[in-house]
Design a protein around this ligand. Structure first.
Ligand code: HEC
Length: 204
């Protein structure tokens, strides 16, 4: 049943590829030769809340965060199949390339942020409403669009009460200090590892 959820279908269908050095590096047609297939971690444990753990919303929020696979991106190492389970949801120092690997030798990269309620490095400043707006509408706290790599389109049909339960859970887990690397612009070599997540149609 779980595999029928749209989010899992998406993740399961995606090819995750990690860049490696190769002799073809200069040939734009063969950029994908610079990548190695990797198995990401589709199921990553998420922490018990440290406050209001018995609140039914917080419990439901934990269940939903686990089911929707948030920790598969927002946990260090998870994108490479080796999640750091002590830092579940505290952000990933493995990034996701967001521009076309066949066009850009050095793609633009985003690092899934820390979504524990740490004030400086996490979502400490986000209100529950801010989180609900991001999940259901893709709007970040400053009114900008979140990048679609954060699969909010898959979550847009969450009931308001479920989105609020997720927000309440995230605000009640332990705040972990963990800063993820800044976004990398296309054309700039990245200093931290990253994967490409994508579907590629075979050329005819
Ligand atoms: C496929 C990977 C992926 C999955 C799965 C995912 N996210 Fe994200 N998320 C991201 C990325 C990448 C960003 C940064 C987007 C940006 O910078 O515009 C992000 C941003 C966020 C932010 C904004 C935080 C900030 O400081 O800007 C929140 C909150 C968030 N995600 C919560 C969740 C929750 C809750 C789930 C599960 C219901 C989830 N994410 C699932 C990749 C993911």
């Amino acid at each position: 049943m779980i595999l029928k959820h749209p989010c899992f279908r998406t993740l399961a269908a995606l090819a995750l590829l990690l860049p490696v050095a190769s002799a073809h590096a200069q040939d734009p047609e063969s950029y994908l030769d610079d990548y190695l297939p990797v198995d990401n971690a589709l199921v990553v444990d998420v922490p018990e809340a440290v406050q209001s753990a018995d609140d039914p919303d917080v419990k439901r929020g934990r269940y939903l965060v686990s089911l929707l696979g948030c920790a598969s991106c927002h946990t260090d190492g998870a994108l490479l199949g080796a999640p750091d389970s002590d830092r579940s949801l505290a952000g990933s120092r493995v990034g996701i390339a967001i521009s076309d690997p066949m066009r850009d030798r050095y793609p633009a990269i985003v690092y899934p942020p820390n979504i524990t309620p740490h004030d400086e490095t996490g979502i400490g400043a986000w209100t529950e409403d801010d989180l609900v707006r991001l999940l259901r509408g893709g709007m970040d706290r400053h009114g900008g669009r979140a990048l679609p790599v954060m699969p909010w389109q898959n979550y847009a049909r969450l009931r308001a009460s479920d989105a609020l339960a997720i927000a309440r859970y995230l605000k009640n887990i332990e705040p972990l200090e963990h800063r993820v690397p800044r976004r990398v612009r296309a054309g700039t070599p990245a200093s931290a590892p990253y994967v490409h997540v994508g579907l590629y149609q075979r050329r005819e």
